[in-house]
Write a protein that binds this ligand. Structure first.
Ligand code: NCD
Length: 332
């Protein structure tokens, strides 16, 4: 008889598992991994002997590679599972697949699945720490963390001061397919926990049926808020979750909600442009707008490795872990 996994606080299923203090701790840990990443050998031995399994039941480029890179930089062993080449194809159940991987002895499972709630369910089938790498339209907590880190970094570079996770006074517009987006759910939570004011911008068909409990306001008019935004965060239409079915026409969407060159020119001079990727140029963003200096898209990807290193370190390095991975322990 399998015993239940560790208590919820030992997993990362939602941004809510961290709260404001937890987010701030991850940001500070990511700062120390930024320092590690600048070394000739960007590696620390913190997770030597631990195994991190990445279990992706849905397509991914950056999230999987980012988690795997982060785990290797901490000297963990990485086990990589892809649904399309697994025994799931032969009819094996999700539970049997998880229990098979668990039996090999893994310390963490990084889970992406098209259905909301799967990472939470997986915690009942393994004693490993479970990290949600995106579940259906529910949450994508490490995306929110890397986005908070990227904004914090950009603001501190601009202001010249110590980085601060306090985003109060900042107005962030999240534009696009809010209804089917897990990134929107995690980011609204994280941005508002850090004090930012969040405005959702979408056609009514791409907003959730109720915004009760969402710490955000909403508008169907991008042009009415564009000039007040400090951050424009664009989302892809989630075609795999019916996003496009609810839109009459992609060209019309682009003209009403896309960050066109003309709209980019009307942004505040120091406004930031963000996108979790994959970007569909010509739909949510014009190709030229994606290349502007204000666009942080590449930085978001780079910071993803730092933030995922921080999260893995925080969950796996154990109670005796140092507050941050020190510089004295590089791995040869
Ligand atoms: C996002 C996802 O998969 O939820 N991508 C990502 O992880 N960087 C957003 C998306 O696919 O639109």
């Amino acid at each position: 008889m399998r015993v239940a996994g560790p208590p919820a606080r030992d997993h990362l299923l939602s941004v809510a598992d961290l709260g404001r203090e937890g987010i701030d701790e991850v940001m500070r840990l990511a700062d120390s991994f930024k320092e590690v990443s600048a070394r000739p050998i960007p590696k620390v031995p913190a997770l030597r002997g631990k195994t991190v399994a990445t279990l992706f039941f849905e397509a991914s480029t950056r999230t999987r590679l980012s988690f795997e890179t982060a785990a290797r930089r901490l000297s963990a062993d990485v086990m990589s599972f892809s649904a399309s080449t697994s025994s799931l194809e032969k009819g094996e159940s999700l539970r049997d697949t998880i229990e098979t991987i668990d039996a090999m002895g893994v310390d963490a499972m990084v889970v992406r699945h098209r259905s909301s709630g799967v990472p939470a369910q997986v915690t009942a089938w393994t004693s490993a720490v479970v990290l949600n790498a995106g579940d259906g339209q529910h949450e994508h907590p490490t995306q929110a963390l890397l986005d908070c880190y990227t904004i914090r970094e950009a603001l501190s570079e601009r202001g010249g001061g110590e980085p601060s996770s306090d985003l109060s006074g900042l107005r962030i517009g999240i534009v696009g397919d809010i209804r089917f987006s897990r990134v929107a759910r995690s980011n609204v939570l994280a941005f508002s926990l850090l004090g930012a004011e969040v405005t959702l911008v979408a056609p009514r068909t791409l907003l959730p049926s109720s915004l009760e409990g969402w710490p955000a306001q909403a508008t169907p008019e991008l042009d009415s808020v564009l000039e007040e935004l400090d951050v424009v965060y664009l989302l892809r239409i989630q075609t795999e979750r019916a996003g496009q079915v609810l839109l009459p026409d992609l060209d019309e969407y682009h003209s009403r909600f896309g960050l066109t060159r003309e709209r980019a020119a009307r942004l505040k001079p120091d406004a930031l442009i963000m996108h979790p990727g994959p970007m569909i140029r010509g739909v949510e963003i014009a190709p030229e707008a994606a290349e502007l200096p204000a666009s942080l898209v590449t930085r978001q990807v780079r910071n993803g490795v730092l933030v995922r290193s921080a999260v893995l370190f925080r969950l796996l390095a154990g109670p005796g872990r140092p507050a941050v991975p020190t510089g004295e322990d590089p791995v040869a």
